[in-house]
Design a protein. Sequence first.
Length: 155
Amino acid sequence: MRVGAPELLILIILLGSLAVMILYLVSLQSLLKEVSIENRKMPPGNVWLILIPFFGMVWQFIVINRIADSVKAEFQKRNISSDEERPGFAVGLTYCILFCCSIIPYLGALTSLVGMVFWIVYWVKVSGFKNLLAYSPALDSPSAYNRSNPSSSDK
């Protein structure tokens, strides 16, 4: 069986999209791993349920909600200020709604493009939250004391 150019192009686009989605889900999972267990509103591995067809469209709303609440609780625990009541929630919710609207005839192409922009912005925010949490240790952890007092590790 010979694969033609259109089929090959579709396969490349599908595999590329899957690879990008995997990188995105790794970012979400990494963020949740930076959140202390008592502040997590979901296990980090549950983000992968977004890959399930149809179910994933609903699950992404739940993930956005739980990540926002997890980050908010962790920020409060670590005394990190945020300009958002629920960090990342508004942008994440917007991208989810726009992607769901992509099934609307004629309007769908536009909502998909705008949704992709919001998705990228959300991904950047998630990465920023992850980096912020990774480099600002919890106040009650021993590593927080060691990082803030370098001489204590020399004793």
